[in-house]
Ligand binder design. Structure first.
Ligand SMILES: O=C(O)CCC(=O)C(=O)O
Ligand SMILES: [Fe+2]
Length: 220
């Protein structure tokens, strides 16, 4: 949806929310977004299908499919031991290059950045993600986050607790967000999906995809 002379015409410059946390609005082109959505549809078919991970007996509202390493609450393994036991797909070379370009765009990494896992989340309009730290990785290399589809309210906080201070930002289709360095272990979450906001041509008509690229620091 867009309105003539609405908020969507306001410039959205790159911004460092806190040291180490950089938001680059509109980083992916529309063609890149639609292409990534096509890949998502393939990954969702398996060998390990898109699924709701179960945390302490409760299904997460978000659905996830992983590449490289399979994440389950709260560990990584090569096989999806909590789903069907199959080994997940490899992280494709183009995705490593994309991750490198992303950290270079934010100044938070270098050409040594080699993500070995991607967590791909699908949010329907009711899905949320509670405040958490990404701390199952042994490496403190930056996390690269790409958003496609509906806008979400993304809450980015501090490294000590899930409460204030935090800032809410609207991540829209094509936005890049990278957190590393002093922000690597900051609490963050998704408080709302804004249904009906996916732009024409992004490849999704409803819901939101988020791809996070990470270095696990794991062997094997
Ligand atoms: O959907 C997002 O923007 C954040 C996802 C996230 O925090 C995660 O997968 O750990
Ligand atoms: Fe996270």
């Amino acid at each position: 949806m867009s309105t003539l002379f609405g908020d969507d015409l306001a410039p959205r410059p790159t911004r460092e929310l806190t040291p180490g946390a950089v938001w680059v609005p509109g980083w992916l082109t529309q063609e890149q977004q639609a292409w990534l959505v096509s890949r998502f549809r393939e990954w969702a078919e398996g060998p390990v299908p898109l699924r709701h991970a179960v945390v302490r007996g409760h299904e997460m509202s978000v659905q996830t499919v992983c590449l490289g390493w399979h994440w389950r609450p709260y560990a990584y393994s090569r096989e999806a031991v909590d789903v069907n036991g199959n080994r997940v797909l490899e992280v494709p070379d183009w995705m490593v290059r994309l991750g490198r370009r992303a950290v270079e765009a934010t100044g938070l990494g270098d050409d040594g950045y080699t993500p070995d896992t991607a967590l791909v989340n699908y949010y329907d309009s009711a899905a949320r993600m509670g405040m958490h730290q990404d701390k199952d990785e042994r490496s403190l290399a930056p996390v690269v986050s790409l958003s496609i589809g509906d806008t979400c309210t993304f809450r980015f906080g501090n490294t000590t607790n899930r409460n204030k201070p935090y800032e809410d930002v609207a991540l829209t289709s094509g936005d890049l967000f990278v957190f590393g360095g002093p922000a690597r272990l900051a609490y963050h979450g998704v408080t709302k999906i804004h249904a009906g906001t996916a732009p024409d041509g992004c490849g999704l008509t409803e819901g939101r995809i988020n791809i996070t690229l990470r270095m696990t620091g794991l062997d094997g």
